[in-house]
Design a protein around this ligand. Structure first.
Ligand code: SF4
Ligand code: SF4
Ligand code: SF4
Length: 323
């Protein structure tokens, strides 16, 4: 069994559980570090971004009111514990599996991989224009993270309408695409005109159209913008499951760079450090699978080595593509 094949099986198992698990009474909470969208009626576990936005709206007002003497400390304590409880589960899951939530478990990542496979089926090449602008584009995920934390907080204080509590969900293309995968098109329908909700619905339709084109022509295009990836990356010093490199064993074949669906260069270019990271890494480990240098790239779970690259393995199994 190759890493790619194992990953494909795990990805689709995860997709089925997280997308349809609700039908079988599976509920994995609301702190998952992947876009398992609760707007799907049968969702088996919720994306933490929704819980985080709600926490931002509920967390600050009771604390400020308690500080200025217009509210009770009990209320402030309740909203703080609600926030910390969800955060602790999320952080624990990220520490355990790191970026692999994106590479192995995210249902929206699976949908993006389907689009890439269709493109390859038609022998259409990946867009070079998008590749060349990757650095600039990928910075936007941090802007979106700020937007996701800031607007719900303003809404919590009553400075913005309640429609802004889920400010990021309102523009998240997974909100339209994931329910559509299950046959639910209700979120595509524009409601009564006027108001923030209507404007958001129009923006989301436009974003979904343009993002779908991007995801077709560029592998994992949405992931470049995804604030979930930004949060997972912030915790990278603590990831237990991770990629490691022995620069002294690297023969510079470049297979890691060529096989990466995110076109990450950092792993290839690293010539000193053993702990290798790229902010846009999805933890798929395709690079280690394709590496033609013995023990140059390895997959580690804490001190344990789960997989180590070898010339024999790569020449036998190299697929020539990251997905
Ligand atoms: S709309 Fe997007 S951010 Fe909101 S819960 Fe769904 S996947 Fe998460
Ligand atoms: S970065 Fe991609 S794979 Fe990771 S959570 Fe976001 S959409 Fe899913
Ligand atoms: S750097 Fe390696 S593990 Fe990270 S996304 Fe690229 S191929 Fe996957």
């Amino acid at each position: 069994m190759t890493i790619s094949r194992l990953r494909l099986i795990v990805q689709h198992l995860s997709f089925v559980i997280l997308t349809f698990g609700g039908n079988f009474k599976i509920s994995l909470g609301s702190s998952l570090p992947c876009l398992s969208c609760p707007f799907i009626g049968s969702c088996g576990g919720g994306c933490y971004l929704m819980a985080l936005q709600r926490s931002m709206a509920w967390l600050w007002p009771p604390i400020v009111q308690a500080l200025v003497g217009t509210g009770s400390w009990t209320q402030a304590w309740n909203s703080t514990t609600y926030f910390l409880g969800g955060l602790a589960v999320f952080v624990g899951l990220v520490i355990l599996l790191g970026k692999s939530w994106c590479g192995w478990l995210c249902p929206f990542g699976v949908v993006q991989d389907w689009l890439s496979r269709i493109r390859r089926l038609f022998k259409i090449r990946e867009s070079e224009i998008l590749l060349n602008n990757k650095q600039r584009i990928s910075m936007l995920k941090y802007v979106l993270l700020f937007y996701l934390l800031f607007l719900p907080s303003l809404s919590g204080f009553g400075l913005l309408p309640r429609d802004f509590v889920l400010a990021f969900c309102n523009i998240c293309v997974a909100k339209l695409i994931m329910p559509m995968v299950t046959g639910d098109l209700n979120h595509w329908i524009l409601g009564a005109s006027g108001g923030a909700r209507y404007i958001y619905a129009v923006i989301l339709l436009l974003l979904t159209g343009s993002m779908s084109i991007g995801m077709f022509f560029k592998d994992r295009f949405f992931c470049l913008f995804c604030p979930m990836l930004a949060i997972i990356d912030l915790l990278r010093p603590f990831h237990i499951l991770r990629l490691a490199k022995d620069p002294s064993a690297c023969r510079g074949c470049g297979n890691c760079r060529r096989n990466c669906s995110m076109d990450n260069q950092t792993i290839y270019l690293e010539r000193v450090k053993k702990r290798v990271y790229d902010p846009d890494c999805l933890g798929c480990f395709t690079c280690s699978e394709g590496c033609a240098s013995d023990d140059s790239l390895s997959v580690r779970f804490g001190p344990l080595t789960l997989f180590s690259s070898s010339r024999r393995y790569s020449s036998r199994n190299l697929t020539g593509g990251g997905l």
